[in-house]
Ligand binder design. Structure first.
Ligand code: ATP
Ligand code: MG
Length: 391
């Protein structure tokens, strides 16, 4: 008998018509995320079973807790259907778990087994009480030990581990995430992944005004996000010439407005080349001058592509809480300058006018600069090693 990890599906169970598509996508994602481990996946309408070697079982379970579309994860340990062997295995498992109260729930699928389920609960319960300092609580136990006795062998199940829910990544097609080194955009990316969007990242860099450290920080953030995806890519946009042109031609107060309009144009054009259906970013209403509703609408005017802003209505503290939970916060607060901060004017316009933005843009040939910039985008894809290091 093989060690098994049993997976219950997340929200996809409510989508009856698409169920099969969802389950297949989840299985593909699991296979991709577990590349390098020898596993075998079996799936049915309500559960998925993953066969895995015993020594990797905890490592693999940990990876599964970061895959969207999974509601819960249960490890099943196989043992021969022999009372002493079952007792021995139960103790070995429980020694690694901390709990005060427990109960045993036996299911006897093999009716030839000579002891009834109720009796067997007592046999195993008594054995645990004799060897471990704990109590039985049949109503609200800390731990439920499930034992399933079958002809071919017995399975012992631990408690359920919580999965992260959401939809399998990719089920909704692709989105282009504007990923800066800040706190907000990695959280926005995580939230989009959670809804099943396959995220690619776009990072605007302006060397030598921005440093290599700033770029590496963004790549580090992407590799943390990759734990929730397995196929993140970062597209690095050489933005220096455009930024310098903006700085030279546009009045100070409109620098950020124009810069962001051009970022959106690039995100849209390049996003379409990458088959993305939406742009995702970390804008949050009112956080800075470029994120007032007026600014957003003047900036958004350059594109018809839907722009999804998952953290638009969250407070900074709420965003930080998610950043800590998903593991991006510590990297995000490293102090490297972003291209948005280096040319920051003293008094950015809070309520820009669309007509002015258009007028200032006519002062230079941004279209050919955009063409050149897009043709020099560098793609970073190799996060596999990084991903392993993070385990
Ligand atoms: P963050 O904390 O994500 O950096 P922020 O509060 O600093 O956000 P802005 O600098 O105004 O806000 O940026 C708003 C959004 O624009 C970011 O969340 C990100 O999606 C995008 N953005 C900003 N700078 C860049 C960049 N250099 N490369 C890619 N996207 C960027
Ligand atoms: Mg920023």
């Amino acid at each position: 008998m093989k060690h098994l990890i049993l997976i219950k599906y997340g929200e996809l169970t409510t989508k009856k018509a698409n169920r099969k598509v969802f389950i297949n996508m989840l299985a593909d994602n699991i296979e991709r995320q577990l590349k390098g481990y020898e596993i075998k996946i079996r799936k049915d309408r309500v559960r998925m079973y993953i066969e895995v070697e015993e020594k990797y079982i905890l490592e693999v379970s940990k990876i599964l807790t970061r895959i969207f579309g999974i509601h819960s994860i249960v490890i099943c340990y196989p043992v021969d259907t022999n009372i002493d062997k079952i007792k021995e295995k139960v103790l070995a498992l429980l020694h690694d778990i901390s709990f005060d109260t427990f109960k045993v729930v036996t299911k006897r699928a093999d009716k030839d087994f000579p002891i009834s389920s109720m009796e067997f609960n007592h046999v195993i319960g008594g054995h645990v009480l004799k060897n471990i300092d704990c109590k039985v609580d049949v109503h609200h136990p800390d731990l439920v030990l499930k034992i399933e006795i079958r002809k071919e062998g017995t399975y012992i199940y631990t408690d359920e581990m919580k999965g992260i829910g959401g939809y399998p990544v990719g089920i909704q097609g692709k989105g282009m995430l504007m990923l800066s080194g800040g706190i907000d955009s990695p959280v926005a990316g995580y939230m989009a992944l959670k809804r099943g969007v396959d995220v690619e990242c776009l990072y605007f860099e302006s060397p030598p005004h921005t440093s290599l450290e700033a770029k590496n920080k963004v790549i580090e953030l992407a590799s943390i996000l990759n734990q929730y995806s397995g196929r993140i890519k970062v597209h690095v946009v050489p933005f220096t010439k455009i930024q310098e042109a903006i700085y030279k031609n546009v009045p100070d107060s409109y620098i950020i407005t124009i810069m962001r309009r051009i970022m959106y144009r690039i995100a849209e054009r390049y996003g379409k080349m990458r088959k993305c259906k939406i742009i995702i970013n970390g804008e949050s209403i009112g956080q800075v001058a470029s994120q007032t509703l007026t600014s957003m609408s003047v900036i958004n005017d350059v594109t018809n592509m839907p722009v999804i802003r998952p953290v638009a209505c969250l407070d900074k503290l709420e965003i930080i809480e998610i950043a800590k939970k998903i593991g991006t916060y510590e990297t995000s607060i490293l102090p490297f300058e972003d291209c948005c901060t280096i040319f920051l004017p003293k008094h950015p316009v809070i309520h820009p006018l669309l007509s002015r933005a258009k007028e200032y843009e006519s002062y230079f040939d941004y279209e050919s600069l955009i063409d050149e910039c897009i043709s020099h985008i560098e793609v970073v894809t190799d996060f596999q090693k990084k991903y392993k290091d993070l385990l």
